[in-house]
Design a protein around this ligand. Structure first.
Ligand SMILES: CC(C)(COP(=O)(O)OP(=O)(O)OC[C@H]1O[C@@H](n2cnc3c(N)ncnc32)[C@H](O)[C@@H]1OP(=O)(O)O)[C@@H](O)C(=O)NCCC(=O)NCCS
Length: 146
């Protein structure tokens, strides 16, 4: 988390927020190593492999919302983002999800990945995000059926 998000955008969650989210049965985390293989997201289960990326989602009925996705800077551009989505689609389908939504700040280059894996823009919220320097930027909402 700390390595992957630029503090300027205020997007990273702190340890407490993550712990609380992971305690909720509706929230799901997938963590991958540098080969794109899933490793445990449960801190109490020791796993010698180092995390290289993760995705966090929350489901309600047959819909799922992507809360966060990140790959450590040194592992970017190697397909891990793509692999995280591939794991996510498998897990989400298995729990009955039929549609996934996500929201991003306008200008985030992550849009390339979202479009590659089939998300389409469906709306926007003007000036929704506020950066740590006070400037504001729109949120764009994307959806994808699975
Ligand atoms: C977005 C992010 C997860 C992408 O991870 P990644 O492992 O680099 O993604 P991939 O290597 O699987 O890229 C998949 C495709 O998207 C494209 N892409 C991904 N990030 C891109 C970027 N910053 N600029 C241009 N294209 C990009 C890649 O070119 C690739 O296309 P290709 O298959 O034709 O080569 C990563 O850049 C990241 O952690 N960003 C910071 C955190 C963040 O902003 N998360 C989103 C908000 S929660």
């Amino acid at each position: 988390m700390e390595a992957s998000f630029d503090p300027m955008y205020g997007e990273a969650w702190n340890r407490r927020q993550i712990s609380e989210a992971l305690c909720m049965p509706s929230t799901h985390a997938i963590v991958v190593d540098a080969a794109g293989d899933e490793i445990s997201s449960e801190p109490m289960l020791p796993d010698p492999r180092l995390p290289a990326g993760f995705v966090l989602t929350r489901h309600a009925a047959d819909e799922e919302e992507l809360l966060l996705i990140a790959v450590k800077p040194e592992w970017r551009g190697l397909g891990l983002g793509h692999m995280l989505f591939s794991h996510l689609f498998d897990h989400a389908k298995a729990r009955g999800t039929t549609r996934i939504y996500l929201e991003m700040r306008r200008g985030n280059p992550a849009i390339h990945l979202y479009q590659k894996v089939g998300f389409e823009p469906i709306g926007q919220r003007p000036n929704y995000y506020r950066f740590t320097n006070g400037s504001r930027v729109d949120a764009i909402t994307f959806g994808r059926s699975i």
